[in-house]
Design a protein around this ligand. Structure first.
Ligand SMILES: Nc1ncnc2c1ncn2[C@@H]1O[C@H](COP(=O)(O)OP(=O)(O)OP(=O)(O)O)[C@@H](O)[C@H]1O
Length: 260
């Protein structure tokens, strides 16, 4: 199962990605990839160590592409760098048994040349290798833009999951994401409602998602334990009675049925 989690800023992408990764890693091997410029996935799991984003690894970028990370138009570099050894080398083992690996991609400044720079080329190739070739479950925590998913990678993503909150703004973002996702060949676009406080809110969102042909696969309540976990720097998994956690567990089971 390869899923990309996206949505408007602040809707809960990282909370959901990190918690889903923990839940699914109880029975599967999982790669959780932080491809969001905010890079909060590790801290959302309570990791206090600083993980260096791959986009800042200048020596590695030079070694693999033959050019400095800041180089761009006019410079010669390999557009097909060797990366097969990197997923294991550059990931952080969250669990001792290796069943949950975390990778922090980092961001690449977009220049006028549309991101064709050595760092972007390396990140894209790495992402493609993990999503297309790896057997593990892959969970990608992404921003609303999906430009660093190449077509080949996109075609191997089983579903793009848009996180929405009650209100029209995040649903408008979902509509825009669906169009972009479909254009690059992602097969399925699903939605999760987060920060839901009533059945009226759920009905409202479900009705509006239906208009744009997006299936709602679950709803997560507004939950003080999520706020506490953020304040205490702990993973939501350690709040056993959290209602949000219970809902994310249900969504994980739903995803296993839907996507295998
Ligand atoms: N179900 C919930 N109940 C209460 N608070 C929540 C819930 N889900 C997320 N939050 C809070 O909302 C804030 C944003 O969550 P999160 O960082 O997961 O969103 P994001 O979409 O990844 O954000 P960004 O776009 O900045 O990367 C956090 O403070 C988080 O604790």
């Amino acid at each position: 199962m390869k899923i990309a989690i996206t949505g408007k800023g602040g809707v809960g992408k990282t909370t959901i990605s990190s918690t889903l990764a923990c839940i699914l890693s109880e029975n599967h091997d999982v790669f959780a990839i932080d491809a969001d410029p905010d890079m909060n996935l590790a801290s959302s799991l309570g990791i206090t160590e600083k993980i260096e984003p791959i986009s800042s690894m200048r020596d590695l970028i030079r070694e693999r592409t033959g050019a400095d990370s800041g180089s761009s138009f006019g410079e010669v570099f390999k557009i097909n760098p060797k990366i097969t050894d990197l997923p294991e080398k550059l990931s952080f083992d969250y669990k001792k048994d290796g069943s949950l690996k975390i990778m922090v991609m980092g961001t690449v400044e977009k220049g006028g040349d549309g991101c064709v720079c050595p760092a972007a080329v390396l990140l894209k190739a790495l992402l493609r290798n993990i999503v297309v070739k790896k057997e593990e479950i892959v969970i990608l925590d992404m921003e609303a833009g999906i430009e660093h998913l190449g077509r080949k990678t996109a075609e191997s993503v089983d579903a793009m999951i848009v996180v929405v909150e009650p209100g029209l703004k995040s649903i408008e973002t979902a509509e825009r994401i669906k169009k972009l996702a479909t254009d690059i060949g992602i097969k399925k676009v699903l939605a999760i409602l987060n920060k839901c406080s009533s059945s009226e809110q759920k009905d409202f969102v479900e009705k509006n998602l239906l208009k744009i042909n997006i299936e709602l696969i679950g709803a997560i309540p507004m939950d003080n334990d999520v706020v506490m976990s953020d304040m205490e720097g702990k993973a939501l998994m350690s709040y056993k009675n959290s209602n949000a956690l219970k809902s994310i567990k249900k969504i994980a089971s739903e995803l296993e049925i839907l996507l295998g």
